[in-house]
Write a protein that binds this ligand. Sequence first.
Ligand code: KIV
Ligand code: ZN
Length: 511
Amino acid sequence: MARKIKIFDTTLRDGEQSPGASMNLKEKLQVAHALSDMRVDVIEAGFPITSPDDFEAVKKIAREIRGPVIAALARAHPKDIESCAKAVSYSWKPRVHTFIATSDIHIEKKLRKTREEVLDIAVNAVKLSRKLVDDVEFSCEDASRSDFDFLTKIVGAVIEAGATTINIPDTVGYAMPEEFGALIKNLKKGIPNSSKAVFSVHCHNDLGLAVANSLSAILNGAEQVECTINGIGERAGNAAMEEIVMALKVRPQIFNAKTSVDTRKIYIASRTVATLTGIHPQPNKSVVGANAFAHEAGIHQDGMLKERMTYEIMRPEDVGIPSNQLVLGKHSGRHALAKRLGALGYAVVEKDINEIYERFKKLADKKKVIFDDDLLALVDEKFAEMDEIYSLDYINFSSGTKRTPSAEVALKKDKKNLRASAKGDGPVDAVFQAIDKITRVKTDLEDYAIKSVSSGKDAMGEVSVKLKHKGISYCGRGSSTDVIEASAKSYLNAINKILAYGSLTKGRESL
Ligand code: KIV
Ligand code: ZN
């Protein structure tokens, strides 16, 4: 019988720690729902002590999400643990995840402590956590660079103190697959009470080996893997969940292990995380990249036509990638739209369907063929607009190689009509400057990206912007068949987020 491997998703904690990836409460909930729809076993929802904002997000996720265990992170300090236990207590299945570094370099240079002191702190942290919740995970930060004998001693002691899961991180992405697999095997063998806890691994990707190290650990007895959607995370990122899950699924003869993840939900989760964080997987990214299933070379196309398995080890539909065929047209009804969105993995409620349907009809007037990706862009836009403070009424612009680009923008706020005009380096710049004149929010444009949502000359353009405001990055997105309008929508989307959430993100403490 295949062994069950637990999937512990840390997109909302380690993933959200990656530069520029911060999400607001509503966005975190959206990701948590996508993860729970995928049936991951554990969602690490945040790090409650770091800010009131993080605490609230963990609490809200714990209250709203049913199914997975809801975990949160805490340093091995009483205050961290108490705040963490309080935030996760709203879940039916709460977990406190506490950690301390165990490598000599961290113990001496960062913590300025001795091994004995670290051992005591770890044991006390687990004991306190166990008084507050039944499910306690302990992580030995920088485990892969820790002294093996000290590691066995501390892991044995925290299991004795009540830890139910032991996590062995390769914090700096230093380990090699064979070495990391051996570490897990030897720890399990060398610790007398190891069978009393679940062994987990948590690998970073500094040398591009996070997934390989996680898989090697599974082959050597790890029962839980910690990972993120699209592999986002600190520095070079964490192990990518979709790659681990698909490796286990595609190669059962090697691993004889399975997860409970519904792989058909992978694409929606990947897309949700990419649009909300503004961190898009590169086109050649395994499993979810735009080219992951594209066959360009003639010899490959020929093989594919004769027999898919010649060049395809998994099917796009296995990971929920839309067919990108003509799906709906101008005369399709509300019911067909809801059904198609359901097939794409979205459970959209009745009141939202009505609004998406109105947008769909407007788009169908402009565009003859509507693809799955167009529908997903409409849904993204609908969710993005829920916090609107300013809404776009209209834009007029003029531009050309022999004329100074200028734009007139009209926005609505609290039923007031607000108008401004500006000149710029190009029509997009002119539109952004006109919006700035109205909203008076000071920002730096960190990133601007435009891509076509589907194929054809009448394809919708999707624009993502990243604006920096008081040291924090905010993502905005917008789509339209007119790329200047899409740019205005995405810029305004980011401004609305700054106005809605800017005050909440103040005072976030970093580790
Ligand atoms: O990388 C790491 O060591 C971590 C721990 C806090 C689990 O993220
Ligand atoms: Zn980490």
